[in-house]
Ligand binder design. Sequence first.
Ligand code: V47
Ligand code: SF4
Length: 370
Amino acid sequence: MAEQQKIFLQDKFLSLIAEKIEAGERITADEGLKLYECKNLSALAVLASEKRKQINQNFVFFNKNFHIEPTNICIHNCRFCSYRRTPQDADSWDYSINEMLEICKKQLTKNITEVHIVGGVHPNHDLHFYCNLIVEIKKILPDVHIKAFTAVELDYMITKANLNWEEGLMKLKQAGLNSIPGGGAEIFDSEIRQQICHQKSDANTWLGIHKTAHRLGIMSNASILFGHIETYKHRINHLEKLRTLQDETHSFNALIPLKYKNHNNSISSIGEVNDVEVLKNFAVSRIFLDNIPHIKSYWVMLGKNLAGIALHFGADDMDGTIDDSTKIYSMAGAEEKNPTMTTDEMIDFIRNLGFTPVERDSIYNKLNVF
Ligand code: V47
Ligand code: SF4
């Protein structure tokens, strides 16, 4: 770390963290908690950037992707969710496999490398429906990487098919599933879950499904939904559970910190945290999670400006070009209403922030360094 940067770190605690980062040493949960309580945002930026440089140099990754959201009908009713509908609601949808294949056909000429499939937990769809969907998508887009289904969707579809996690995940893998996205983790603490999403799969189920997937060679992402009723302690406990599992499996690719958006859901009145809090959460996640290689700045949710600033607070991945294919976040009040970036826009965006743009595949092999 340069001498000028050390000037920021006049405080004894921050100097200790800087030394640990320089030595490649892990910080403890108590230290992580203290970092969350730190008011010196510039110091957090310096420390997180140092950690990001050790892991990802000056690279910022993106891919060419689109989303399919099969349905917004869901048996659960998470209190932070703005997306979920009942079948009776006029704005609910439940696409047939053919309708989803039509969405895929529109992507045929766009050199897409990944499709991200996430939706509600529909009461009628089980594992066989989703295996069939994957098989049919691969007929149209044979080389595309399919990153699909949160652990919550997987828990339901596999249980409904009377299989255990290993059997269910093997069937999906054989059908062509390549990896699992990070959703459904929210905050692992059971009392918080009880208040915001009491019906759905608990922390042990989420972690157990990811662990089983990792054992079967299916890599995955993780997420943290922050800025609602949780405390810093809940956030650190959440990150610690992820860090512990990653020590065992080494198969999480990225963490996606998701700021709670408060439009049109049943806890709207709690409001949203400010940008300082968002940036602080990026920095602490980067410094604390020394074993998860990538931190995703999900521009669709954050808006391009804040997503760009987050790259200076430890994030190194912008997710993808998206092609206006997701509604989950715009329904919750996300900044980007019709999210899409061309490859050239993405490259310019990353370069203008002083980083080296890298088009990656879904498991972070470098395809093109610009
Ligand atoms: O788990 C739902 C979140 C998640 C709201 O793996 C909300 O590459 C904020 O995990 N405010 C699903 N967040 C999305 C997700 C994700 C996104 C992008 C990339 C990847 C990846 C994964 O969306 C849910 C939940 O935490 N969410 N409602 C809301 N009102
Ligand atoms: Fe359903 Fe997911 Fe919304 Fe919860 S967050 S209600 S599981 S769609």
